[in-house]
Design a protein around this ligand. Structure first.
Ligand code: GTP
Ligand code: MG
Length: 181
């Protein structure tokens, strides 16, 4: 499938309120917990993902096909197989795990900012686990991840969320949908 056909199809689906989104982030950030919350509206503690989960999520009047990938290092090469046709990206960060911010930044640079397929996609960053002591607020995470330096070419927004408490999630998804084209 050529790039222009793929772009035409993506735009047409958006007009019908259908889109493919991809959920990226380090292992244990909360990608599968988020996917399940969006699907079933409840918190869970999933096993680490092997490969990927694909779920269709209803949000407002949208049908979102969400690709929830495995974040462990040895699975990250698989992310490449899902980028084509993506209209929006969610990058989940465990905001309580400052030891891994540097690794999260490196993964963002490699997989997001230098990615041809995701160049025009809005990027929603979830600063997750705000319920945990020691978690940093969204504004601090922008600095810690260097987003003010690296993300100048992209449409992005960061939201502090706790999937455990169900806070910040609805409005973050509203933002992503409003920016998809
Ligand atoms: N306290 C708290 N724990 C959370 C939150 N979100 C997710 N978790 C927990 O974080 C752990 C990891 O969550 P997962 O959803 O499996 O993480 P993942 O990003 O899918 O990890 P991989 O599949 O290995 O890439 C689980 O024990 C979740 O219950 C949150 O908002 N608050
Ligand atoms: Mg997972």
């Amino acid at each position: 499938m050529g790039r222009s056909f793929s772009t035409w199809l993506r735009k047409r689906l958006i007009r019908e309120h259908r889109a493919k989104i991809i959920i990226l982030g380090l292992d244990a950030a909360g990608k599968t917990t988020l996917t399940r919350y969006l699907k079933q509206n409840e918190f869970s503690s999933p096993q680490p993902t092997v490969g990927q989960n694909i779920e269709v999520i209803r949000h407002r009047n949208w049908n979102l096909t969400a690709i929830d990938v495995a974040g462990q290092r040895h699975f990250r090469f698989l992310w490449d197989t899902h980028y084509r046709g993506v209209s929006g990206v969610i990058f989940v960060v465990d905001a309580s795990d400052s030891f891994r911010f540097e690794e999260a930044r490196a993964v963002m640079i490699e997989h997001l900012f230098e990615n041809e397929f995701l160049k025009t996609c809005p990027i929603l960053i979830i600063a997750n686990k705000q319920d945990l002591a020691g978690s940093v607020p969204a504004a601090t995470l922008i600095q810690a991840l260097g987003l003010h330096i690296d993300l100048t070419q992209h449409t992005f927004q960061i939201f502090g969320c706790s999937i455990l408490h169900g806070s910040g999630i609805e409005e973050s998804l509203d933002w992503l949908i409003s920016r998809m084209e």
